[in-house]
Design a protein around this ligand. Structure first.
Ligand code: XIL
Length: 349
């Protein structure tokens, strides 16, 4: 089925992810690239399916900051304009991360100016979109247990140049620039039952708890949820369940911010692979959506065409990964059905 036919069919039956989410007061949406916004076949489906959007890359430092004194908002503005025109909410991603820093950062940022650079960036970007952003990922991926620090903090450029209080500076600056956006801490490797994920959960919980103790204005945790399919199709979420309750006890909301499934452990055969990917979505979302504190689910892309996983985690057989609710022709995959079923089964928020 072609893109237009698919979009039409979905709106006829009314079975869209966006509407299913609306019925549960649950935000459903996706990351979007600037290139995708230029494709009318895609944007029609995006308007139907997403109640919330996030820019895959265009609000990161690299794309936004051609030089240390300038900003290029063209691509970020295009997404904000699209979402506003279609009544979609917008997540901002992200204000402070160790990756995708502009090339000038290495030579121009130093311990004398880094805090001012960070503050100026956050003030400018957050003020530009103030009132339009549902939630901002203020700090992204600040924990990396493997770096060996007792507090679990990643040995990132921000930590090196400013020290551990860069996190607090980022949140307080964002709050001053937009009093209404929900301020989020976002991180990965928090979902599975494994020793590495358990250690990361512990460190993230300790970080969030210390931020709350200091009255730092953090309001939500983004659990990225880049999941990996298992060859045996067996999943358990014991650590996750406890973690979600611990996060709730801190008074924080939870957003699933970057859901997708690495399918390298599954066979190349498309129907077996799609069934395996959908099974993991179903298992994870059934667990996550039991918790009314989980307010949003965003997949990291809407269609398999252009998923970062094909390049970031290439399959041994060279086939493109199939991690998302629509295939590269924009036709729904079994993931789409699994998401709808889980949303229908979820309690209303
Ligand atoms: C990824 C994008 O999908 C890629 O296009 C880019 O090359 C690298 O970043 N965690 C995050 C996201 O918070 O910003 C990352 O996005 C994926 C992992």
């Amino acid at each position: 089925m072609g893109a237009t036919a698919t979009a039409a069919a979905q709106s006829q039956t009314g079975e869209t992810l966006r509407k299913a989410g609306d019925d549960k007061n649950l935000l459903i949406g996706t990351a979007v690239s600037y290139a995708q916004l230029q494709d009318p076949g895609f944007t029609r489906v995006l308007a139907d399916q997403a109640g919330v959007v996030v820019s895959e890359n265009d609000m990161k430092w690299g794309p936004l900051r051609p030089t240390a004194t300038t900003f290029d908002f063209k691509r970020a503005d295009a997404l904000v304009a699209f979402a506003t025109a279609h009544g979609e909410k917008i997540r901002g991603h992200n204000l402070c991360w160790h990756e995708m820093l502009p090339s000038w950062f290495k030579t121009e940022a130093n311990s004398g100016n880094a805090a001012d650079l960070l503050k100026h960036h956050i003030e400018t970007v957050v003020a530009r979109y103030a009132g339009k952003i549902q939630s901002w990922d203020v700090v992204n991926e600040a924990i990396n247990v493997k770096d060996g620090r007792p507090d679990g903090l990643r040995n990132s450029p921000w930590l090196q140049l400013i020290g551990p209080n860069y996190i607090e500076i980022a949140f307080r600056t964002a709050r001053a620039a937009d009093p209404n956006a929900l301020l989020t801490y976002n991180d990965y490797d928090l979902a599975q039952d494994s020793p590495a994920h358990e250690a990361k959960r512990k460190a993230v919980l300790a970080l969030l708890s210390s931020l709350k103790d200091k009255d730092v204005p953090v309001q939500a945790l983004g659990i990225q949820s880049h999941l990996a399919a298992a060859a045996n199709g067996s999943y358990s979420w014991t650590g996750y369940q406890t973690f979600v309750r611990d996060i709730e006890a801190l008074g924080l909301q939870i957003f699933i911010t970057e859901l997708d499934v690495d399918d390298r452990a599954l066979p190349g055969d498309i129907s077996r692979r799609d069934a395996g990917v959908a099974k993991l979505y179903h298992s994870y979302l059934t667990t996550a959506l039991q918790h009314p504190s989980v307010k949003a689910v965003l997949t990291w892309g809407l269609t398999d065409k252009g998923t970062w996983l094909t390049h970031f985690l290439p399959r041994a057989d060279g086939l493109p990964q199939r991690p998302l609710p629509l295939d590269s022709d924009l036709s729904p995959t079994p993931v789409f059905r699994a998401m709808l079923d889980c949303i229908h089964a979820a309690p209303r928020r």
